[in-house]
Write a protein that binds this ligand. Structure first.
Ligand code: SF4
Ligand code: SF4
Length: 57
């Protein structure tokens, strides 16, 4: 499991810049996390201004 970006994402791009493994990219309607690359460090979730990134269950 990897961190996930929910629909509340406002596409600010902050998370993409904080990910150490470049797992985050801009998608069609919001940013997306590549689950095959994410190492579950949590850095993106901590920096999202709208709390749109959720940890794996
Ligand atoms: Fe979307 Fe949050 Fe990432 Fe900004 S930091 S692009 S609002 S998920
Ligand atoms: Fe990148 Fe860490 Fe967020 Fe995974 S949890 S997308 S590795 S910043």
């Amino acid at each position: 499991m990897a961190y996930k970006i929910e629909d509340g994402c406002i596409s600010c791009g902050t998370c993409a810049g904080t990910c150490p493994v470049e797992a985050i990219s801009e998608g069609d309607s919001k940013y997306e996390i590549n689950a095959d690359v994410c190492v579950e460090c949590g850095a993106c979730a901590a920096g999202c201004p709208v709390g749109a990134i959720v940890a794996p269950e």
